[in-house]
Design a protein around this ligand. Structure first.
Ligand code: ADP
Ligand code: MG
Length: 469
């Protein structure tokens, strides 16, 4: 992606540079991978101004779609990185769009090539790793698993099958498993509601409604993920309703997932909701400790099979993670991935305080309030100098470095402003604070001993209880 950060030098805080990449990452976390891949990734960042940012996309269609659905959220997230932002401006830039344009034109001119089939192939890809065989069963998901199995053994036994739960609990995994197990025998369509809407709008635009209808109505198994994203557009809901009925009439199997039960889908027409509720509606509950541990163990076994030479995660860590990460299975496996990356990078098993740092944002530990006084004490102890020496005006080398480290950590670990930090170091000026922070940042990348000392100090300050468990 093109990065072209225009510096608004007077306003940009030295340590707080606006980063479009971070905004995009946040959007990915918030809206999920599907929406990210379909829309957000396509946005190019152009430049940053005092109170707005300029971004671009390649077509008016994409611009309108993003504006009507995601712009509020993009603004909100961007604001968290740049407080005085009050709007986002969009331009439609042609430069990279030649191929895309001509592709669209070709498709609409050449009736042998259906864009729906193209994107059908593109978006109907099932994940070969999400199958029944590696779906671990516990009290909270047993019924959902069994119903999904039943559907894939006997079409239209439950029709539709409607599975709901909070995020990251295994809905997509189950739907994908059904698709995988049926795709050799039947015509399977596996699509997110988001994509379905996109195809619909695009078909209207390109006068391809007949193809759209055929494509969806010809399937034996129609799997639609995250139906809660379907909203607005009467005409589209109308079309969906008819597709749905046509499929049920011809005995095709429909499987739907959502983040809530049918009667809570407030943006979807009542008659569609009641059709959803007419089959089997089941939910996946939060996983209990036993299931979490079983999942962790199974994922570790898989990993060990793939990488037999890597160090193995000990039981104590598996138990700790299963005990602490309760929100969702996605977070659970995410936690495991982070630990595996740590092992790969450092070639050692993290101890418990390291695990806590790696998973800090996922753990429900009460936020340690770190004070500058505490930082100064730890740093003095570490470098064996007195606090008076640290706060004095003396500039001997053995004092300057620890002082800079303490200032650096104060900026990193507290929310104090630069002048506030300066005041706590015998009224030093905020430019001294900036200088210290920059100096340590620079030295850290050159001096591995200093770098590791800083990490040790950081751990000490954040987690005093180093030897717990
Ligand atoms: P949802 O669609 O409900 O948001 P996903 O199906 O995407 O959740 O699940 C999130 C992650 O957790 C996926 O990597 C999935 O493979 C994994 N997962 C969820 N449930 C299980 C389970 N019972 N056994 C093994 N892995 C699971
Ligand atoms: Mg999902």
């Amino acid at each position: 992606m093109k990065k072209n950060y225009t510096k608004s030098s007077e306003n940009t805080e030295v340590l707080n540079v606006f980063s479009w990449d971070s905004v995009q990452m946040e959007m990915k976390l918030k809206l999920g991978n599907d929406i990210y891949e379909s829309w957000i990734k396509k946005i190019q960042f152009i430049s940053e101004y005092n109170d707005y940012i300029l971004i671009s996309v390649s077509t008016r269609f994409i611009r309108d779609w993003i504006t009507s659905r995601y712009l509020d959220q993009i603004l909100k997230i961007a604001k968290s990185f740049k407080k005085n932002l009050n709007r986002i401006e969009f331009i439609v830039k042609d430069t990279n769009t030649k191929s895309l344009r001509s592709e669209e034109e070709n498709n609409s001119n050449n009736s042998n090539v259906s864009f729906i089939e193209d994107s059908f192939l593109q978006y109907n890809r099932m994940d070969p790793n999400k199958k029944f065989e590696n779906f671990i069963i516990g009290n909270s998901n047993k019924i959902a698993f069994e119903s999904s199995k039943k559907v894939s053994e006997e079409l239209a036994h439950y029709n539709p099958l409607y599975v709901y739960s909070g995020v990251g609990m295994g809905k997509t995994h189950l739907l994908n498993s059904i698709g995988l197990s049926l795709k050799s025998k039947f015509k399977v369509m596996f699509i997110s509601a988001e994509r379905f809407m996109y195809q619909f709008v695009r078909s209207i635009k390109l006068n391809e409604m007949v193809k759209f209808k055929d494509c969806f109505r010809n399937t034996d198994v129609f799997i639609i993920d995250d139906i809660q994203f379907m909203n607005g557009k009467e005409a589209m809901q109308e079309e969906f309703f008819h597709t749905f009925n046509a499929l049920i009439d011809k005995g095709s199997q429909i499987i739907i997932s959502a983040d809530r039960p049918p009667n809570k889908l407030s943006r979807i027409q009542e008659r569609i909701r009641s059709r959803f509720a007419g089959g089997l509606v089941i939910d996946i509950q939060k996983a209990d400790y036993d299931l979490r541990l079983k999942i962790i163990k199974s994922k570790c076994d898989e990993h060990e099979m793939l990488y037999p030479d890597e160090l193995k995660i000990p039981d104590s860590i598996k138990k700790f993670v299963s005990l602490e990460i309760k929100t969702s299975i996605r977070e659970l496996t995410g936690a495991l991935n982070r630990i595996n990356s740590f092992i790969k990078v450092y070639n050692k098993i993290p101890n418990l305080s390291e695990v806590k740092i790696i998973l800090k944002d996922l753990l429900n530990v009460s936020e340690n309030i770190v004070t500058i006084d505490q930082i100064q004490s730890e740093v003095c102890k570490f470098f064996k100098i007195s606090k008076n020496e640290m706060l004095s005006a003396r500039r001997s080398r053995y004092l300057v470095r620890p002082r800079q480290v303490a200032i650096f950590l104060s900026k990193l670990l507290t929310s104090k402003s630069l002048p506030e930090i300066g005041r706590e170091f015998s009224n030093r000026d905020h430019t001294t604070v900036i200088h210290s922070v920059k100096m340590i940042e620079k030295l850290r990348s050159e001096d591995s001993e200093l770098n590791s000392n800083i990490d040790t100090l950081k751990n000490k300050i954040l987690y005093n209880k180093e030897n717990e468990i």
